[in-house]
Structure formats: structure tokens, C-alpha cells
Design a binder for this molecule. Structure first.
Ligand SMILES: [Zn+2]
Length: 258
């Protein structure tokens, strides 16, 4: 505070340049009228600090909270106060839904943000790579191609979803995102289609990675059976645990098998 003052000012206030705040407020010399505005301001601030001191109480640390300063610390409120909040995206609840399988939801989340390392993206930072889809070898590998325009991938998606979506069945990414983020089916139908969507994305991405790492491609019939079995196991678990609205999900799944 006193860095702003010249030697003369310090003498006028009667406070050492190196004084602590405590020393400064203990300096009870009669207040003078100063010609300089800054000295008047220093006197005013010292007066206000003096009047706020409650000598009989020990100092305590307080945390800044939304409702003012409080003794208790809240990680939640502190995080909210120091971060720049973004508008919540409309599909987050649809990807991170209750009883989703985390590894499926994670890959779906990356796909939603188009952050999977598909060859169209790798091409931008690595020249000369082979960009062809390893599943069908007939098109450039992009997010929209893999999910599910690709002739190989679409067979898995059709096997899982056509019986549920019927007339609204599609292999177009934007349309599918709209379907799985809307609430056009009842609770068990929505759970089945969202879960199948994530299971299919995961299975296709995993198969794509296996082939890129030199493994033999799985016949589509085997990938269909394995993925469907995983979904059935999940639905069976939901039925035995009596999740409200999902007790008949497995039954519904069987009814939608074409
Ligand atoms: Zn393909």
C-alpha cells in the first residue's frame, strides 16, 4: 500500500514504509487533513479496517462461496466459481444414461464429438496413409461411414435395430443421433435402442482396430451374434434386478428380432 507514497507522505502519516497492516492500524495518532488525495484515502481505509476489528476473537479462514464467505469449503461451489460454464449439450444425458456400459458410452461420446481417430482425421496430420475403410475397402473411413453407412457395419446395425425402429430405421448418422436422443419410444424401447446403438458403435470400432492391428476380420454373422448376446445378457440382468420400466425389456428385445 505504501509503495505509492513518497518519503514526505510516509512522514505525514507517521507510519514506517515497511510497516505491517497491524502496525499501521495500531498507529493511533490523531488523524490529520492531508493535502494529497491518496493520503486521505489511506487514512479512510485504515479507519474502516480499525472499526471492523473484533479484538476479542481469533482470526479464522473463510472460503468464498456463492452465498458469501463461509467456514466450510465446498469443492463443487469452488469449481463452479472458477470455471467458465458451457451450455449443456442436449445429448449428454442420452450418452451417459443410467445403466449404460461405460466403455460403450465412452466410445459413443468420442463418436458424437467426431474425435475417434478415423482415417479422414489421421490424414490431416499424417500424409500418405491408406484412408480406405478396412471393413468394406470401398470408401474413405469417416465417422459417418463407419456408423453405419459401411456395407459391413450396416449389417450389424440392421441386425440389432431394424426390428425396433421399423419405419424409422436408418444408417444415417444424423438421423440416428436424433432417434437415440429423442424420446420417441417407451422406456424399455428407448433403453434397447440406445444400448444397441452404443454396443454396435463399440463392436464396429473394436473390429476396425483389430483389423488395423493385423488380425483377421470376423465374419459379420459372428460379430452380429456376439454383440446381440452381449445386449441380451445386459437386458436379462435388468429384468432380474427389476429396474422400473425395464422388467420386460428382454421380452421386448425378443419380440423385435426379425
Ligand atoms: Zn466400410
Amino acid at each position: 500500500m505504501f509503495d505509492l507514497l513518497d518519503e514526505r507522505g510516509i512522514i505525514d502519516l507517521g507510519i514506517r514504509k515497511e510497516a505491517t497492516l497491524e502496525e499501521a492500524i495500531m498507529n493511533l495518532r490523531r488523524r490529520r487533513r492531508h493535502r494529497s488525495d491518496i493520503l486521505q484515502e489511506v487514512e479512510r481505509i485504515l479507519d474502516s479496517v480499525r472499526s471492523n476489528i473484533q479484538g476479542e476473537r481469533d482470526d479464522v479462514s473463510n472460503w468464498k462461496r456463492r452465498s458469501g464467505f463461509r467456514g466450510a469449503f465446498s469443492t463443487n461451489e469452488t469449481w463452479m466459481m472458477i470455471r467458465e460454464p458451457n451450455v449443456q449439450c442436449d445429448w449428454s444425458q442420452r450418452v451417459w444414461f443410467t445403466k449404460a456400459t461405460p466403455k460403450f458410452a465412452f466410445i459413443t461420446w468420442l463418436a458424437m464429438k467426431d474425435r475417434l481417430s478415423t482415417m479422414d482425421r489421421i490424414m490431416k496430420w499424417s500424409q500418405g496413409v491408406d484412408t480406405a475403410c478396412v471393413l468394406c475397402k470401398a470408401a474413405i473411413e469417416t465417422r459417418n461411414h463407419l456408423f453405419f453407412e459401411c456395407s459391413y457395419a450396416s449389417q450389424l446395425w440392421e441386425y440389432l435395430a431394424k426390428g425396433i425402429l421399423l419405419g424409422t430405421y436408418s444408417i444415417n448418422w444424423s438421423l440416428l443421433v436424433r432417434i437415440v436422443t429423442s424420446g420417441s419410444l417407451d422406456k424399455k424401447g428407448m433403453f434397447c435402442i440406445r444400448y444397441a446403438f452404443q454396443a454396435a458403435i463399440y463392436a464396429i470400432w473394436r473390429e476396425r482396430n483389430r483389423i488395423r492391428h493385423g488380425e483377421k476380420p470376423l465374419p459379420i454373422a459372428m460379430l452380429q451374434k456376439l454383440t446381440e448376446k452381449g445386449i441380451r445378457n445386459k437386458l436379462s440382468l435388468m429384468s432380474t434386478r427389476k429396474r422400473r420400466g425395464l422388467e420386460t425389456a428382454l421380452q421386448f428385445w425378443f419380440q423385435t428380432r426379425l
